[in-house]
Design a binder for this molecule. Sequence first.
Ligand code: PGA
Length: 262
Amino acid sequence: MRTPLVVANWKMNGTLAGARGLTAGVLDGLRRPRGVEVVLCPPFTALHVVGELLSGSPIALGAQNCHWESAGAFTGEISPAMLVELGCRYVVLGHSERRKEFGESDEHINRKMHAVLAAGMTPILCVGETAEERRQGLTFATVEGQLRAGLAGLRNAAIGACILAYEPVWAIGTGVNATPAQAAEVHAYLRGRLAEVASKEVAQRVRVLYGGSVKPDNAGALTAEPDIDGALVGGASLNAQGFVTIVKKATHKGVTVLRGDS
Ligand code: PGA
């Protein structure tokens, strides 16, 4: 059984004061999560303060990106080792905003995957098609290409340590989420390809999150799909109460885990 995972991607938002307040709100709403894992990914500038607040709590710290080298002349970049020092356990890689706005190629992302795993952290590899690709019937080809390129050269054990996120580009920040059926179809496809790239066992172990306009009112239906193992939440993660509700909805049913859960 795969434990659901809910990841907050704050993107480039928030002051330090805002990050402290948001973290405190999430901690307050999720005192003793059981049957679900939670990760907060603040901007680099807030990793230290958020990490201090999360320390000793069951909620983990993650970053939104990193470089593949461990040190050197890479102005403006942050290395995996630097993130480990701050207590990060997860790194989002290959987000469509990084691919589109910052020209990240599948090859860059693959290097980052290797570097993050070598540093002992868990990469969250994002894949997803644009509206145009979906219209042309290229959804499966697109996500499969991104998946295979992102995982290239990794051994089965390393692939088993990764997390995948299916994030249709047309659903990110638009308010238009994929329907549970649309998402479930792609998740099942990705799991099938994972079985080919690695093995059936690995494919059963890897969590595949859905991301793209996840909100308190759609999180339950999306994560109820057997192949959807949680959510990567952007905009809605900037509101502590809303995010806490999403986590509750993604939690394994039958497990009373959260303060105030009834
Ligand atoms: P959104 O973003 O929830 O604001 O659509 C999701 C993401 O980009 O990870």
